[in-house]
Design a protein around this ligand. Sequence first.
Ligand code: FAD
Length: 588
Amino acid sequence: MEIPSDDRRIGRNSETVHCEVAPMLETEVLVVGSSLSGMMVTLNLKHRNPGLDVTVLGPLPTEEKRPLVGESLVEPGILFFREMGLGPHLDQMQVLKHGLTFYHKFDLSNPADRAYTVHAPEILYHKARQMRRQEFDTACRARAVALGARMLHGVADEIEINAGGAKHRVLATINGEKVEIRARWIVDATGRRRLIGKKVTKYIRPEKQRCTFWFRLQNFQPFLEHIEVHRRRQWKFDPWLTTHHFLGRGYWIWLIPLEIGKENLCSMGFTYRPDLFGRRILSMEDFLAQVDRDHPALAEMVRSGEVVDTQMYLDYFYRSERIYSEDGWFLVGDTARAVDPLYSNGISMTTVQVGQISEIIERQRAGTLKPGDVAALEAAGLWIMERAQREVTEQYEIMHDPFQACMRRYLNVTGWFNAFLPLWWNGFFTTPEGARLLMRLFRDRDEDAESLWVLAAEASAAIGPPYSQEGFDRGPDLDALINLRFDCAREDVMKAVTRMFARRRDMRRSLLAMNGNKNLRREIPRLISETIRPLLLRLLPRLRPAVFAAVRPPLPGQYVRWTGPERDVPEPEVPYVGRAVAEVYDRQ
Ligand SMILES: Cc1cc2nc3c(=O)[nH]c(=O)nc-3n(C[C@H](O)[C@H](O)[C@H](O)COP(=O)(O)OP(=O)(O)OC[C@H]3O[C@@H](n4cnc5c(N)ncnc54)[C@H](O)[C@@H]3O)c2cc1C
């Protein structure tokens, strides 16, 4: 029987995969679920191991029944897709993104007030892309087929997970026929369905739950000219081409431009912690009623356009206790955890997982996997995903306070650019040797960061309410953080990590000064620790040379490009074509 690649079904020219679908099919790796996480695992495995037999089972992008979001990529995600060969699609077809912009409203209690303090550097160095998912998912599938993955158009009905190297068995319906598939390694990428996850692990439902209501809007008038923006500097980039964030009491709103030009399109969403927000947003009427009060310029923008569709998840937060096993099963993406998208880092966290899964399969295949390797990668994966979400969860408590919200973001961004990104870039999260070191270095709770939350609250009380730009100008200005280069060589990675402590120390000093240094004595031990820990970290490459020799970058092509002699040569500009816009977009 011939199984056409889904690309042919949708009328594109690409290869056709031939295979016999007898009652039984054998494959090395079976990926169940063909949405983003499933395709990311497949692309990475085939890109790194062209000879590996990888089969994907799932519906076509055009048949998906799950709600479409319209996501925004950040650094690891965009670099991952460039490594996989999807750079040309992203550059030509998906809207440019200049980082994340947060609009902190000075006076949330006043509906008539439209003044916001908005923070960004003059120019954004790290550019990413927004994603119209169906088109992007189709491009991912075409790329997976080009790399030699076998795409099966169907669903898994029953799954049997086996131990000790025995093959896993899946009973599937493929093109209307029952087929048994056997695989040495099996990846659960079935999203919230968690087909394998529910059999092999427990799921934790945190008390601090999350709800989200979102919609796509077309043919609207952007809000930018209808708010009063206070900023520290002029920007040399188009401020529309970013992911916009508005905050309120117990909630935040995203706005992602998905298409630009005459027939514009965007995704907007309202995410809240129900215990703090106190109500539920179940309809456009609920959304507009809240936004009329807090951010009327956004409500006007919505009313100026046409709503394409609406979606919601209520109390949707969960995370799994386990994600990988030496028995050869893996839970990836939404199967492993739900995401609060405040920092658009869900897909980037999946990038970490995808590197870990490839590493485990490759080592097991080569017979080099050591006892404890899977556990080390699993611990690092669970830790970073949980940590990223916990920082967001706690932020809801102060989202209505513009100064504290701004400081929390600085703190999170400091950790992201100075610690997470350089470590990920060099492979500390994706090689067992690196993961073991990380789990020794970083504690579960970050008390130093939490002590800065207290200082930010004290400083905020010193300048408001009511808040003003002058008050903000008395605080630290870390807007340039998001331009930090993280693409360092592995011998310099600890130098990059030490910058995090230096930035925290600067923040601590600046926040203390806002209160006349009243609490300086209380902060002295932390200031000392922020001075000493960097010195110790810098010694690590000499103390643990074997670890530094063992880590390998998860994206070797990007690593060579950005850490090699070409590192300061800018990428060539690729003209944006887009879905609906025929002419080259040129507003700058
Ligand atoms: C509101 C919201 C906004 C977000 N915004 C961002 C953002 O801006 N940036 C970001 O990085 N992340 C964002 N995320 C996170 C990101 O969207 C998700 O993590 C990601 O889409 C999950 O993809 P997935 O492939 O794991 O799951 P899904 O996309 O749900 O895919 C699951 C797949 O499994 C298939 N499937 C189910 N059952 C079977 C079966 N029996 N057999 C075969 N296949 C099956 C489904 O058909 C589907 O193809 C956001 C999440 C939410 C909820």
